[in-house]
Design a protein. Structure first.
Length: 301
């Protein structure tokens, strides 16, 4: 999701399958937008028996998101966000991010704000929120599951994703894991992608795949990541559809995923991919509802 600014699981209790040492070479250039299909697999994915729950948010306390677990990213409101996105990301504003009825609601709205009272306002015509665990919690490897009903409508671009925490490394070398992305003009198509220095959309080599989830806008689904030292698997509802393997070279340009990463939840508006076919203002407000976020790791980690 940052872009230019910016695992095989067997049935529960089974051991991970070892994959080839060769990293998946890009076989297809992106077919449209920023999507890719060169990491496609068809595998089961589930929390292994030897993993334990280490972090979660069940969103059971109404009000603003828990500040002990989530921060707001507002850093580029004044100068504009990556990918030519059109939204202003607010902080501590329940119109854009709140917990109610046991769910986190992130809402993108078509509205303008008062520049006299909103000092970092960049004149955007849309507001939304971008929540992240940076500075509060980070993980190296693990099984991640986010139950969500995504925001939809032409021009929306909701995402569930991760970025590395190294302070002296920039994107894409820092490593990005996109657990779920959806662009509103292509309703029901869910994308899972990784970006590294060697594999990223700027040079047409990102590794990813997509899966059709026809009711993603109206029903909750489990968006899943199993990240190990050997591979990354991304799936939905127990079905992995994307895999990226560590080639064992030790080259961080190809595999930067041996360092901690933090989690990000956001709903962007417009942008190079999300706005590729324009923005339909009639779809707003458009919300992503998150029922829970859960993270498991091996007991000895």
């Amino acid at each position: 999701m940052m872009r230019s600014s910016r695992v095989l699981a067997l049935a529960l209790g089974a051991a991970p399958l070892l994959v080839s040492a060769a990293s998946p070479a890009p076989q297809d250039l992106p077919d449209s937008g920023l999507s890719a299909k060169n990491g496609a697999v068809d595998l089961p994915i589930a929390v292994p028996d030897d993993y334990r729950l280490v972090w979660s948010d069940e969103f059971d306390k109404p009000g603003l998101p828990d500040p002990a677990k989530w921060q707001y990213d507002t850093a580029r409101n004044k100068q504009g966000w990556a990918n030519h996105e059109k939204q202003y990301y607010s902080a501590d504003r329940p119109e854009n991010a709140r917990v109610e009825d046991g769910k986190l609601i992130i809402t993108a709205r078509h509205e303008t704000l008062d520049p006299d009272t909103v000092k970092d306002y960049g004149g955007q015509e849309y507001t939304s929120a971008r929540l992240l665990t940076r500075g509060l919690e980070q993980w190296k490897y693990g099984f991640f599951e986010i139950s969500a009903r995504i925001a939809c409508g032409r021009g929306t671009w909701p995402a569930i994703w991760m970025l590395g925490t190294k302070q002296d490394v920039s994107w894409p070398e820092i490593g990005e894991i996109d657990i779920m992305e959806h662009v509103g003009f292509d309703q029901g198509e869910i994308h899972g992608t990784i970006h590294t220095k060697a594999y990223n959309h700027v040079i047409g080599t990102q590794i990813g795949s997509q899966i059709s989830v026809k009711d993603a806008c109206s029903a909750f689904h489990k968006y899943q990541l199993w990240w190990t030292p050997k591979q990354i698997l991304i799936g939905v509802d127990g079905h992995a559809y994307m895999r990226f393997a560590n080639d064992g070279s030790g080259d961080t340009a190809r595999w930067p995923f041996d360092d901690p990463e933090y989690l990000i939840l956001n709903v962007a508006v417009g942008g190079d991919w999300g706005g590729q076919k324009g923005i339909d203002d009639s779809v707003f407000p458009s919300s992503m509802a998150v029922d829970y976020v859960r993270v498991w790791q091996q007991a000895d980690r």
